[in-house]
Ligand binder design. Structure first.
Ligand SMILES: [Zn+2]
Length: 267
């Protein structure tokens, strides 16, 4: 029996953050992420970056360095109230600006105001979006979704403390959900008390050996590589066709690492 239940380094748990709208408070939040060794994804609206100089765009790139920049549509409209053509334009225009800033393909996204439908999901597929975060909080952690275009988070940061405490307590458990996925808007962190709360929350979830701290796209890429493994019928050969190493658990006894491109033979 081979279980796809291991993150990089043979860790059982992952922790990720997702913040929307690109307010200036992102800077202070990222300083806290960096202080505690956490990783976040920041979903930006391209309309805020048109008519910016090369130097200004470079400043934005540097601002988010070490974290992921992802899409949030060009102008933050309601995707459920748009024509298909408008949705395509809102997503592709946003991607093109963000890709100019980042220098990498931007295929992550979050839904403006959490609004989406099956129809919207189909259109995002045509726009090359790989994952899209909703605002539908599932509570005590997250399973890896079948449909990454409706990736439900654990909780908003304001309600995260009890969920984070519980998650951290059960880091060694193989039974509770594998991912703590916290989202919010940095512009909701208004007072010094709010910042103190964030500091306490981030400190609580940081520095745990058993947890992998990843951006949303790192988590997505890893799960895709995990799902792409080819395992022989008798479990004796595992081929990893992806470009990153993948860890699995054999018979609940042994953690195995399969290097990129490797066929691991167990007999
Ligand atoms: Zn938003």
């Amino acid at each position: 029996m081979i279980q796809l239940n291991m993150f990089p380094g043979g860790k059982r748990k992952a922790i990720t953050f997702s913040y929307d709208d690109g307010p200036l408070q992102d800077i202070r939040l990222m300083q806290m992420f960096d202080k505690y060794g956490l990783k976040g994804t920041f979903h930006l609206n391209g309309a805020n970056y048109i008519n910016k100089s090369e130097a200004e765009l470079e400043e934005i790139r540097k601002r988010y360095e070490g974290h992921e920049i992802a899409a949030h549509t060009m102008r933050h409209g309601d995707l459920n109230r748009m024509t298909a053509v408008s949705i395509v334009r809102e997503v592709l225009d946003d991607r093109m600006i963000l890709e100019k800033i980042t220098g990498y393909p931007v295929v992550g996204m979050s839904y403006p105001s959490g609004r989406f439908s099956d129809h919207v999901i189909e259109i995002l597929k045509s726009c090359g979006i790989a994952y899209c975060r909703t605002t539908m909080n599932v509570g005590d952690g997250v399973e890896m979704p079948e449909e990454f275009l409706a990736w439900h988070p654990s909780c908003h940061h304001k309600k995260a403390m009890p969920i984070a405490e519980d998650f951290v307590e059960k880091l060694d458990s193989e039974w509770n959900r594998p991912v703590l996925y916290i989202w919010g808007h940095a512009h909701e962190i208004r007072t010094e008390e709010d910042w103190e709360y964030m500091d306490k929350l981030l400190k609580l979830v940081s520095g745990h050996e058993q947890a992998w701290y990843a951006t949303n796209i790192e988590l997505y890429d890893y799960v895709m590589a995990q799902r792409a493994l080819r395992i022989s019928a008798d479990d004796s050969m595992i081929y990893n066709p992806s470009a990153i190493p993948v860890w699995v658990e054999l018979n609940k006894k042994q953690i195995l690492k399969i290097e990129a491109g490797q066929t691991l033979k167990l007999k």
